[in-house]
Design a protein around this ligand. Sequence first.
Ligand code: ADP
Ligand code: MG
Length: 493
Amino acid sequence: MNEKNHYIQGKTGPWEVVIGLEVHAQITSKVKLFSGASAAFGGDPNTQVSFIDAGFPGMLPVINRFCVEQAIKTGLGLNAQINKTSIFDRKNYFYADLPQGYQISQFLCPIIGKGYLDIELEDGTVRRINITRLHLEQDAGKSIHDQHPSKSYIDFNRAGVALMEIVSEPDIRSIEEAQAYIKKLRGLLRYLGTCDGNMEQGSLRADINISLRRPGADFGTRAEIKNVNSVRFMGQAINYEIQRQMDILENGGQVDQETRLFDAAKGITRSMRSKEDAHDYRYFPDPDLPPLVLTDEEIEHIRVTLPELPDAKKTRFINDYNLSPYDAGVLSSELETVTYFETALESLKHQNEKSIKLLANWMIGELFAALNKDSLSIEESKVSPQLLADLINFIYDETISGRLAKDIFAEMWETGEKPDKIINAKGLVQVSDEDTIAAAVDKILSENQDKVSEYLSGKDKLLGFFVGQVMKMMQGKGNPAVINKILLKKLKS
Ligand code: ADP
Ligand code: MG
């Protein structure tokens, strides 16, 4: 693991950014953590609320075993310790959208202990971010302040929905790392199917803890920015917070330990309240819930059902297909991308290194560029994995040149047409016939006698020029390998 310095230059010297993330991931489950009410998103307000969620007296919570399994799965995906005994606690506080007057959470004994997540940075370095814990807890309801000039409304549909809170160590050192972490975590959760990762709907949201320190000094006082719900906002919030804290510290002030909100419209954070400490919440074990006990068999049973995870896929892509670590990382980190890649791979005529490398290059190059240009996700791609594989097959067996393939791809993207149709209709089949190519080569060489002499006196680079000229003459249809071969032969004689 490489350690990198990301020091930020202030007026009075360098600063190091220290970040720890608390990520709330809503478990993909039909019903809530302790009640049978629906956990679906987007229902009419207050239509998915049981007496338990509404905090009626005498109601008893019952743990949803499915949610427990999702937490274990996630823990295994995070290379973490699974605690065979964990305890549910009451975290006491008053809030209008928390009808019980406390949140059922886990404090001293969470279901998942220490683990880690390896993140890849753009320059290829891998950094290990340690995970402190993952615990299960209830979500609160939603207060809605913008529907009425003088009233607030409350929707309890979300009250009691199962959350996994995933807490990282303060190991993150830059905006890039924070964003890479949340993306990697989101990808992992989606692979596992334990959380849909939908940040817009709030199924995945992050509290950002951030402080500054002089390189090598002890950690500084942190501020916590609550509920940031997009990767971009995360970057903006951290950026703003770095500037704010640096200004305070460089002017001899102190950062307050407080909870702040990110205002997406203004791109700033502002103070919400001073930070509570754990003892303020008067945590104690919930007397309504027995300790959660897991058996080895139960954990093993879940372990064997895990799908191949992003890091394992990445390693396999590197080892089996000889892809570069970067390419392998890009193709394996999102479930949709890997599904596209593996579906296309199935349709390749020759599943060998060369053909797979072509596919990887075409996905990361041409396909991603086209998706980007039209703001489409890969599931919405206008060229299906099968059709991209068809195109790769034609490139591989040299029916078409890579250059023409780009035009064909562009046309496939616009028209949805199959590559063979486009190739036939336009007569784009690559010419590999040696006599035809030799004729073109002769013509180009005789037209460029001066350059031939230069080449012969040592200017090797001119070979590219000759190839280009022959290609141009053949309207891009010449087989580059054959052109090269014949050129070299003729230039030697
Ligand atoms: P809480 O916020 O619930 O009081 P913790 O003390 O466990 O809980 O810390 C929460 C998060 O703050 C963790 O992700 C941790 O890595 C991070 N953190 C702790 N100290 C610092 C610090 N000095 N700077 C930045 N992040 C920190
Ligand atoms: Mg916190």
